[in-house]
Design a protein around this ligand. Structure first.
Ligand code: ADP
Ligand code: MG
Ligand code: ZN
Length: 480
């Protein structure tokens, strides 16, 4: 048994998600991403004296939606606290957060058949952003942008139920899908609207207690979450194998070197001198509000996945891929309900469509092709107007322009050639100009036939009906 197999990892995630309200959590400043620095600020989010924060109702409603979708118990009474620490990105020197009375607790997310429990979900305000400028030791300074200060965040803390780096990634992907489905966040990791810190420890298999953990920061992609955990687990195991002890600390993931490096010692709750914020009234949630919010929750990814399998008869794998994103799922749903064979739709989406999205880096919202367009394309193929090969060419153009397939086919003269006379004419030409290949074929070399078919397709720009080309060639070569 290798040393790695004698250990298992224990992982818990702390996820910060930016709630997509138009305005900030305690003031009316806009939350739009990418504005000129310090143009989206006011005395409240700048923490000037004499002003009072007021909770944005929409923020509360979004957080409640998230709490219910994550199967949490919502607290009827919760409150905001001040988390004190001095840092230039924090204008008040404290962050308004929730400490001992969070908005929700005890939820769970189903990940590949395992339940990952959620310990708590609470609301807090985001801090500003520091920009480090200059390049030399003498020539270095920092600027601060407070546009992000006061942007609403929900912090979602899991129990240490995760056991592998890939499971951590799957958990995060499930979480993201759920939050996107319920429309409370765009969850763009690259814009920081979904941020994740991981906590990890290792223990010998069979042990029930937990080992000492480290916390990893600076994880700005799913890949970084997975890779950094892999590295850190191996590091902790080798520390223990060397007879030493893991130190509880916060470490940063160094993306370029692919290692974790110590950042600081672990801070404790008392370091923050938490106390209830006297400027804000407690949050009281009644049954009527909860009932109302529950109605706002749409069909969630796992339910949709089950329905796709049941209603459309597609494989579980396909259903998983297609429901990972709401837009993709809706796209499939619309096509599949109108087209005779949902598996064909799934193949196109999981194949050409996802390939294009990955290659271009475009989001599904940015790709102009519509469900009606794809269904029309599939019908054109079924009716024999275009060949399967041409269908791919047409789809490529649809992905770029969103144009209707019938328009593209007409404009580019891509209609399939099914006319027998036209096909025989090309077949005769190909036979005449490839006497050696014909001889090989007649002499028993089956592969030569494929070459001849290819020549006909080439001569017709891929537009000849392949079944008819096959039949015509066989007939001419006396094999039919
Ligand atoms: P703190 O209050 O110190 O931040 P929490 O109990 O809130 O600690 O846990 C923070 C995160 O660390 C949670 O996601 C939790 O699941 C995880 N965690 C706690 N203990 C361990 C451990 N021994 N190993 C791995 N993860 C842990
Ligand atoms: Mg914590
Ligand atoms: Zn403001």
């Amino acid at each position: 048994m290798s040393e790695n197999e004698r250990y298992e990892a224990v992982i818990g995630l702390e996820v910060h998600v930016e709630l997509g309200t138009k305005t900030k959590i305690f003031c009316n400043c806009p939350t739009t991403f990418g504005g000129e620095p310090n143009t989206q600020v006011c005395p409240v989010c700048l923490g000037l004296p004499g002003v009072l924060p007021v909770l944005n109702e929409k923020v509360l409603r979004y957080a409640l939606r998230a709490a219910l979708a994550l199967n949490c118990e919502v607290a009827r009474f919760s409150r905001f606290d001040r988390k004190n620490y001095p840092y230039p990105d924090l204008p008040k020197n404290y962050q308004i957060s929730q400490y001992d009375l969070p908005l929700a607790r005890n939820g769970y997310v189903e990940v590949n058949g395992r339940r990952i429990r959620i310990k708590r979900l609470h609301l807090e305000e985001d801090a500003g952003k520091l920009l480090h400028e200059g390049d030399g030791a003498q020539d270095k300074w920092s600027l601060v942008d407070y546009n992000r200060a006061g942007v609403p965040l929900a912090e979602i803390v899991s129990e240490p139920d995760i056991r592998t780096p890939s499971e951590a990634r799957a958990y995060l992907e499930s979480l993201k899908a759920i939050l996107q489905y319920i429309g409370v966040s765009d969850c763009k990791m690259e814009e920081g609207s979904l941020r994740c810190d991981t906590n990890v420890s290792v223990r010998r298999k069979g042990e029930t207690g937990f080992g000492t953990r480290t916390e990893l920061k600076n994880l700005n992609s799913f890949k970084a979450v997975e890779k950094s955990l892999e590295y850190e687990i191996a590091r902790q195991i080798s520390v223990l194998e060397d007879g030493e002890e893991v130190v509880q600390e916060t470490r940063a993931w160094d993306e370029s070197r692919e290692i974790t490096v110590p950042l600081r010692g672990k801070e404790e709750a008392h370091d923050y001198r938490y106390f209830p914020d006297p400027d804000l009234v407690p949050v009281v949630v009644d049954q009527a509000l909860l009932d109302e919010i529950r109605k706002e929750i749409p069909e969630l990814p796992s339910a949709k996945r089950q329905r796709f399998i049941r209603e459309y008869g597609i494989p579980e794998y396909d259903a998983g891929v297609l429901t990972a994103d709401k837009r993709l799922a809706d796209f499939f749903d619309e096509c599949a309900s109108r087209y005779r064979d949902p598996k064909v739709v799934s193949n196109w989406l999981m194949g050409e469509y996802l390939k294009y999205a990955n290659a271009t880096g475009l989001s599904f919202a940015e790709i102009p092709v519509t469900p009606e367009g794809l269904v029309e394309l599939l019908n054109l193929q079924d009716e024999g107007v275009i060949s399967g090969k041409i269908a791919k060419t047409v789809f490529e153009e649809m992905l770029k322009t969103g144009e209707r397939p019938s328009e593209i086919v007409k404009k580019r003269g891509l209609v399939q050639i099914s006319d027998e006379n036209a096909i025989y004419a090309v077949v005769d030409e190909v036979i005449a100009s490839n006497p050696n290949v014909v001889r090989d074929y007649l002499g028993g070399k089956e592969k030569a036939f494929g070459f001849l078919v290819g020549q006909v397709m080439k001569a017709t720009g891929g537009k000849a009906n392949p079944a008819k080309v096959n039949a015509a060639l066989k007939k001419r070569l006396g094999k039919e």
